[in-house]
Design a protein around this ligand. Sequence first.
Ligand code: MRU
Length: 356
Amino acid sequence: MNDLKQVTHIDNVRLGEDKRSVVIIDQTQLPSRTEYLTLRTAKDIYDAIFELKVRGAPAIGICAGFGIYILARTIEAGNYQEFHQQFCKYRDYLNSARPTAVNLSWALNRMERVVAGHKEQGLNEILKLLEQECLEIQREDMEMCRAISEHGLSLLKDGDGILTHCNAGPLATSRYGTALGPLFLGKERGMEFKVFADETRPLLQGARLTSYELQKAGIDVTLICDNMASLVMKNGWIQACLVGCDRVAANGDTANKIGTSGVAVLAKYYGIPFYVLGPSSTIDLNCRTGEEIRIELRSQDEIKKKFYESPMAPEEVKCYNPAFDVTDHSLITAIITERGICYPPYTESLAIHKDR
Ligand code: MRU
């Protein structure tokens, strides 16, 4: 395998060979160590999602799909009702790990529909169908990432300067990734880009993961602090911004990693196209606008202590640590999914797009 393939074809989340575990790359250890974790219990899976050992909206969905399947195999039930009840308890527990990325509930509900749709089958048959479904969720994600990458690449030119925020690469998905997918695909075809990766405070997904993935694939990447984005845009070094998404409302308002909306405001000011890339499963037509998207609040220690040898702020100082923000649809040039490129007005284009 060449270096590019070693990035785009990793198994960051997979079903264990015994079908009683989920194996993930622990993303909190990257880039220093590539460590695999074996998750066996509901708490293992919940903690891995909550602590961002597995992270990125599609990867969370895939992990939850495998997770609920292995948990379903442990249910000791005398009949279908008991099985379904316990299955829904696991679903609700895993779903409570993180609130913003719709892919988590989307994958869990998709698995639950398999159970609900086969009441008259034996439990062994239901387990077989659940196994097929979780593998299918992952297989579809691989296909979607590839298609998103093709559509995204059609918007870029050889030599373009690109700014990205957080990490929406292979680690966050399956195979190519979403926002980084066009860059890997372009590289495969001999194109060169100059990428600027926002470090992405406070959990540093850009510094730890995006710069790692791009560098390993031989793509020209420069790491910047989040507050340097304006300067690199002003310098004329950026021709497009590419970001992922955790939930896209019906009107195009998009929740993504905290700091994304600031990048979009800057891009508008400097006249740079701002593209959101993600699978159609991330579009949530039940949310009319971004106002209805629940934003995850996380511990203040992530700001004050994490990544520092000793606390770097006064112990008692108040902190506000939202994990995501919502980019207003008016700042987004286009939303790219596996089905194509959606342009404003999003209320129309996303509805048609999601239904196709
Ligand atoms: O908190 P994280 O690291 O899970 O946040 C991830 C993001 O915001 C990504 O941009 C998004 O999930 C898209 S990943 C393809």
